[in-house]
Each structure stands twice: as structure tokens, then as C-alpha cells.
Design a protein around this ligand. Structure first.
Ligand SMILES: Cc1cc2nc3c(=O)[nH]c(=O)nc-3n(C[C@H](O)[C@H](O)[C@H](O)COP(=O)(O)O)c2cc1C
Length: 301
């Protein structure tokens, strides 16, 4: 039995990754689980220059999920390479560095700084953060998405995924644009744009007003997106959104994802990836699955 999965040019030891922004830079989670077992780690998105993020409160728990407006708080590209990457290189699982660019010119800066850094398996281009102005335009307009993807392709020698937003009318069109621009993979989805209200104060519960909704409640939206993308493009897909158990993982694989990322579930169950990694071989054995490629994209109407 093999847990490994191929995503175009890269092969991951298993399909269970952790999602950007929900796992810090991995060091924070090192005492909670065996990092080397993960199929991949996507650290918090970095921007070229440091960003201090949005004003607090930045998270709000709602009845059925988490709303956040962190605002891409990060120390910037140089600090990441100098202070975070050295540790990430030692963990023993594939590292997919998440980047967000506000301007096309920043793609070249990222590529030139990251291309030759050892220990990076791939890049994830985040064009889908709902909590910053500017950057998200590249994820909601197919023309801009193709432009930014093409710009990164021009300079980046590493394979890269484009992470898409569900907050669009036709996600398949954005995925096609990323494919046309030269992306190697698609990651879907980022958070769903939402609002939590404290009606007594007549105020939003987040300092930024609206935010991104995540957790088990968004799984059907994410599955729908993955399925629509799988029908529209040939690229491998990394499914994200509301995954908290092995059956969720299998749902995403059948819908067309070749791997998945676990996000919000890491917060309410730090053992979630360990549990899923323990359960996956058992489920495969029960169902007579020898290789996960047998079930990827097998969903029929
Ligand atoms: C607190 C928080 C911070 C996040 N930060 C990022 C980020 O920096 N970059 C990114 O691409 N996605 C970010 N996300 C989105 C997640 O990576 C993921 O796409 C989304 O939460 C859906 O998956 P989930 O339902 O499993 O959490 C963040 C999500 C949360 C909850």
C-alpha cells in the first residue's frame, strides 16, 4: 500500500498537509505532533515587506466556524529566509512556501530570493486572502490572475500552486486562468468572506469589519469548488476547507483533489493530522485501495 501522491512535478509522502496561517512556521506545533509525518507544511503567507496585520480583535468564533481577519501579519521575505526557513528545513517534511504579492513586480523579487534556497519543495501563491486590500484582485479577476501567474512563472524555477478564493462567481474560470498562466497546481479554497456582529454594540465582532470564514461548515463549499475545478483544468488540486477527519479527506480525493490541507481543525484538535495519518491506511485497507491514485477524481453524478 502506498500513501504517496504525485502532484505534477512533485511527489509528496502522503496527502495530508497543513494549511497556511493555521500552523505558524511549524516550530509552534513541534511539541504537539511529529512534524516529519506530515505530507507537507505550508507556513503562514509571507509578503515582500513585513506587515503588521489588521487591528484586533482578529478572530471571532461563530456558531459553526471561525471568522478571521489577521491581515497577513508577517515579518517579510528576508526575515522568513533568515529566521524561519532554517528551522523548516530540519523538520523532514516537504515545505511549500506561501507568498502573496500586491504588485506584479513582487513576483520577480520572491523568485530571485527563493529559487535557490534549499529545502523548498514548492511555492503556493496566495491570491485569495480576503483580509487585505489589493492582493485579492488577482484572485477574483481571471485576466489579472493569469497575469500574476504568468509573471511568477517567468522567474520562478520551483513548481507552484495558485491558491484560489471561493468568493467568486465562477471559480473554474479563475482556475483556467492560473493554468493558462503556467501554474503547476491549484490549491482551493481560502476562506469564505463573512461577517460576525455584536448587535448590542452595533459593531462587527472583528476589528476589520468583515473576515474569512473557515472550519467544518465550509466543507461543502470547498468540495463544490474542487469538483468544479477538477472538471475545468488538468492541473493537480490541493483541497482545503473544513477537513477534520479521514472521511473528509477521502471526500476531497474522490471530488478531484490529489492532496489536502488541514486548517482550522488544527486549532480545535491539535492531534487532527496525527489521527488522520493513523486512520488513512486503515480506511484504504478496508476499501481495498492500494494506491490513492485509484480514487482521485472518481466522483460521478
Ligand atoms: C487564522 C487563520 C489564518 C489564515 N491565514 C492564511 C494565510 O496567511 N494564507 C493563506 O493562504 N490562507 C490562510 N488561511 C486560510 C487557510 O489556509 C484555509 O485555506 C482556510 O481556513 C480553509 O480551510 P479550513 O476550513 O480547514 O480552515 C487562514 C485561516 C485561518 C483560520
Amino acid at each position: 500500500m502506498s500513501l504517496s501522491v504525485a502532484l505534477g512535478k512533485i511527489v509528496l509522502p502522503n496527502p495530508i498537509l497543513v494549511a497556511s496561517g493555521t500552523f505558524g512556521y511549524a516550530k509552534e506545533a513541534a511539541r504537539l505532533l511529529e512534524l516529519s509525518r506530515l505530507g507537507g507544511i505550508v507556513p503562514k503567507t509571507i509578503t515582500v515587506a513585513p506587515r503588521s496585520g489588521n487591528k484586533p480583535p482578529r478572530t471571532a468564533e461563530t456558531t459553526a466556524g471561525l471568522l478571521n481577519a489577521i491581515g497577513l501579519d508577517n515579518d517579510g521575505l528576508d526575515e522568513f529566509v533568515e529566521k524561519k526557513l532554517p528551522y523548516l528545513r530540519t523538520v523532514g517534511s516537504p515545505i511549500i512556501v506561501s507568498i502573496a504579492a500586491k504588485k506584479l513586480e513582487e513576483c520577480k523579487i520572491f523568485a530571485e530570493r527563493l529559487n535557490d534556497e534549499p529545502g523548498i519543495t514548492a511555492i503556493e501563491l496566495n491570491v485569495s486572502c480576503p483580509n487585505v486590500s489589493g492582493g485579492v484582485d488577482f484572485g477574483i479577476d481571471p485576466v489579472l490572475c493569469e497575469k500574476m501567474t504568468g509573471e511568477l512563472r517567468k522567474f520562478l524555477t520551483l513548481p507552484f500552486s495558485v491558491k484560489l478564493s471561493p468568493n467568486v462567481t465562477k471559480i473554474a474560470d479563475i482556475a483556467k486562468a492560473a493554468e493558462a498562466g503556467g501554474a503547476d497546481m491549484i490549491s482551493a479554497i481560502n476562506t469564505c468572506y463573512g461577517l460576525a456582529v455584536d448587535w448590542r454594540k452595533r459593531k462587527p465582532r472583528l476589528g476589520n469589519g468583515c473576515g474569512g470564514f473557515s472550519g467544518p461548515a465550509i466543507k461543502p463549499i470547498a468540495l463544490r469548488c474542487v469538483w468544479q475545478i477538477a472538471k475545468a483544468v488538468k492541473l493537480p488540486i490541493i483541497g482545503i476547507g473544513g477537513i477534520s477527519c479521514v472521511d473528509d479527506v477521502m471526500d476531497f480525493l474522490v471530488a478531484g483533489a490529489s492532496a489536502v490541507q488541514i486548517g482550522t481543525a488544527n486549532f480545535f484538535n491539535p492531534n487532527v493530522t496525527t489521527e488522520i495519518l493513523n486512520d488513512l491506511p486503515n480506511v484504504m485497507e478496508q476499501e481495498g485501495i492500494k494506491d490513492l491514485s485509484e480514487i482521485i477524481g472518481t466522483l460521478e453524478l
